[in-house]
Design a protein around this ligand. Sequence first.
Ligand code: GLC
Ligand code: CA
Length: 579
Amino acid sequence: MTPTETTAAAETAAVLLSKDENWWRQAVVYQIYPRSFADANGDGIGDLRGILSRVGHLRELGVDAVWLSPFYPSELADGGYDVADYRNVDPRIGTLEEFDELVAALHGAGIRVVVDIVPNHSSDRHEWFQAALAAAPGSPERARYVFRAGRGEHGELPPSDWRSIFGGSAWERVPDGQWYLHLFAPEQPDFDWSNREVRDDFLKTLRFWSDRGVDGFRVDVAHSLTKDLAEPLPSAAELAARPKDGSHPLWDRDDVHEIYAEWRRVFDEYDPPRTGVAEAWVAPERRPRYASREGLGQAFEFDLLMANFSAASFRRVVTDTLALVRRSGSSSTWVLSNHDEVRHATRYGLPPLKNDVAGLNGGDEKQGRAWILAGAPADGVDLAAGSRRARAATLFMLALPGAAYLYQGEELGLHEVGDLPDEARQDPTFFRSPGVDKGRDGCRVPLPWSAEGPSFGFGPGGAHLPQPAWFAEYAVDAEEGEADSSLHLYRRALRLRRELQGAEELSWLETGRDDVLAFERPGGWIAVTVFGTEPYALPASFAGRVVVASAPGVEADAAGGGAAPVVLPGESSAWIVRG
Ligand code: GLC
Ligand code: CA
């Protein structure tokens, strides 16, 4: 194509994008952790120019949208989730002009853009928090955050014994003796959401990015924000005993939905309306309100991510989730990996959890956490089994009705980097535990693009987290040349998914085995997953064409049923198209 034709094609793609207001319902959204995706200027930190240079990878992969984790100015006390300025780009990552260029390039490639909004807390470097520190107790500057007098004779004890999510006290003292609340790191002071000024400032931020062409928002810790901090504050033990029914002082309060109703009105000022997806770690039955059309519109479904690789768990999660999304009128979002969790290729190589599916069974144990806590011992994980099961689980997930969220690097089948040296670690959970929980850096190691060259092609310089030698095998250019690679599997599955996608429905098929699941989507699209290790001969009732399989050696395009049935190896998935 000539340059003029290319521009014209990009403009057509952008116009087509603007027409479909339901794009998010069954979209494939690819999460980019900007500091670790691609580095254009060689300073070891991924940047917007780096992402721009890799738009081709995203287009070829076949994703519908990218979600950018925070790229805002930040002191990086929590990997960018400590935002110092909500309406700017970190100079180490780029500029607003480059952001606009990136949005145009992605839209031109037919890819939408979702950005991360972090509303529970800002960075302590945010100008409002700096102003709060400079101002006196009781001032309007302090009223944007949660400041309190301490307990004890001289206020030397924190206002309550609450613990922060990252370890240590949830209160930090300032020089004049007051304390401020931080549910996460001390560098992440919580906003006071009863303050109108805070609410208005976030509306301004939503409009700022929407005006720049952003299509949607991923909302960080969406179940926090509003709090009941009436004195006397309950103790940590009392807090833990409070029901999670919308009246809890800190989490998932009913009144948080007033905020999202206001956000929805802003979303609807745009054509097509902007979208939202809530990161809300709440019980499944509390999820529909976040996902409703009056609220953010969608909420992450994390139960599949929490479930063991087993037919019973997967089936239960899918059935329960689809019932819940029918209640909210939304669609589900399926996730197997993200920037907070042990990569699923590694997770499925770990011993199964006893307390499976936290959300459903009431536990809160996370797969992979125990391994990370134990220092990620190499002999505690079966990597080959993990890879095999991850490929099978991915094909299962990609066939489900609803949206699918992919995390950068999972298309390469990347494993968690479990053995980062302590001096390289960046995650606040590591520093505040202290050192006990190794934290989340192992899934945030910069991506390998080429088997050779500096930082495996991440950039012309080094990488801000050290990459292990085995990254070479998983590099994009290495997998490019291998027909059975994870990269080709993802590309093929995403292309087929686009072709086969229909109404948001599924019906389970009888498989004759407890460890084998099969479901059919409208139009004769069947997905079969063998969870156990025994091979499974496809029954004649599934007759059709195997269009993709997670295990190498299962002939794609082989005829199923009839005289020579297709046999799926243990721990594998295949998609069959009837007829
Ligand atoms: C969310 C983010 C996580 C971050 C935390 C605090 O859970 O996904 O990375 O540390 O919020 O902002
Ligand atoms: Ca850089």
